[in-house]
Design a protein around this ligand. Structure first.
Ligand code: TYD
Length: 139
C-alpha cells in the first residue's frame, strides 16, 4: 500500500470562544478510527534528540503537538514522508507497522500521543532490519 493511503492528517473541531480554545478528540470512529486505551506525552526533549525509531505491530497512534512543534518521519519500508506537527488542532494518524522517528522538538513542544493498545514491549520493533523483514513477509 502507498504511504499516503496509510497515514492521515486529521483536523479537529475547535470549540473555542472568547474564553480561549478547546479542541475535542473523540475515539471509536468519531474523530479518530480507534478506541483510546492509552495516552502519553513527550516534552522537554532537546532539539538534537531523535525519539521513536520503532514500529508497532498492533498499535494505532494519533500524534498531536498540543504545544510547540516537532517533526515526524514516517516510513513504510518503501516510501518515507516528513510531517510537521505544529497546531494543537491537527493530528497525525498512524496505523500499525509504520516506522517512525520524532525529532526537531521545539523548546515548548508537548507531543500528545493517543494509542489504540495498552503498552506491550513485545509489539515494538526496534530494529529496522527486523522491521523490513516483517513487512516483506520474511521469517
Ligand atoms: P520509548 O518507546 O523509547 O519512547 P519514544 O517512543 O518516545 O522514543 O519509551 C521510553 C521508555 O518508556 C521505555 O522504557 C518504554 C517505556 N514506556 C512505557 O512503559 N509505556 C509507554 O506507554 C511508553 C510509550 C513507553
Amino acid at each position: 500500500m502507498k504511504l499516503e493511503e496509510q497515514y492521515k492528517l486529521i483536523y479537529f473541531k475547535d470549540l473555542g470562544d472568547e474564553r480561549g480554545n478547546l479542541v475535542v478528540i473523540e475515539g471509536e470512529g468519531m474523530d479518530i478510527p480507534f478506541d483510546i486505551k492509552r495516552v502519553f506525552y513527550i516534552y522537554g526533549s532537546d532539539t538534537t534528540v531523535v525519539r521513536g525509531r520503532h514500529a508497532n505491530r498492533k498499535t494505532e497512534f494519533l500524534l498531536v503537538n498540543v504545544s510547540g512543534k516537532s517533526r515526524v518521519r514516517i516510513d513504510n519500508g518503501r516510501e518515507s514522508a516528513v510531517v510537521e506537527l505544529n497546531k494543537p488542532g491537527m493530528g497525525l494518524y498512524l496505523p500499525p507497522m509504520i516506522w517512525k522517528d520524532m525529532y526537531d522538538f521545539s523548546e515548548d513542544s508537548v507531543l500528545l500521543v493517543l494509542c489504540s493498545q495498552h503498552y506491550d514491549a513485545e509489539e515494538y520493533i526496534r530494529d529496522y532490519q527486523t522491521y523490513l523483514h516483517e513487512i516483506n513477509g520474511e521469517a
